[in-house]
Design a binder for this molecule. Structure first.
Ligand code: FES
Length: 148
């Protein structure tokens, strides 16, 4: 094989690899993932509950809620379950109640490394319990989340 042919062939392989990586990133950005967005909510707690508009879920099946003067964020997932259409997860680590950090596909605790999937299930300890699910209720056009 000539040196020129070798370089040409190698460049084609590199271009194919770069194109595959770019398509992979594009596909990942199209699937629903856990993450903050410009539409994140910061409601005020009133009588131990917060209210968020259901319209928030028209464009996304996940909302991150940061109640004012509250130590933890809440991940609200729109589910396919007819009985429980929304699931609210308290983003407090079940090991020692550290605030969790949102990753692309779940939550991680910076204190000791516990990991949870986006449904709140433990993936890696030392946490032994899944995330706490908060009671929710639908009224008119809003989702009520009970904080306490
Ligand atoms: S407080 Fe989260 S892993 Fe320990």
């Amino acid at each position: 094989m000539q040196r020129r042919d070798f370089i040409k062939g190698t460049c084609r392989i590199c271009l194919l690899g770069a194109a595959t990586a770019a398509l992979s990133n594009l596909a990942a950005s199209c699937s629903p993932a856990v993450g903050k967005s410009a539409g994140d909510l910061k409601p005020v707690i009133n009588d131990g509950k917060i209210e968020i508009p259901l319209s928030r879920f028209e464009s996304s099946s996940i909302a991150i809620v940061s109640p004012a003067n509250y130590n933890y964020e809440i991940a609200v997932l729109k589910t396919t379950d007819e009985k429980n259409k929304y699931r609210s997860l308290l983003l407090s680590c079940t090991h020692y109640e550290n605030q969790l950090t949102i990753t692309g596909n779940g939550y991680v605790c910076a204190a000791h490394g516990s990991r949870f999937d986006k449904e709140g299930n433990v993936l890696k300890g030392p946490a032994e319990h899944n995330l706490k699910t908060l009671k929710t209720e639908i009224t008119n056009d809003s989702l009520i989340i009970y904080i306490s």
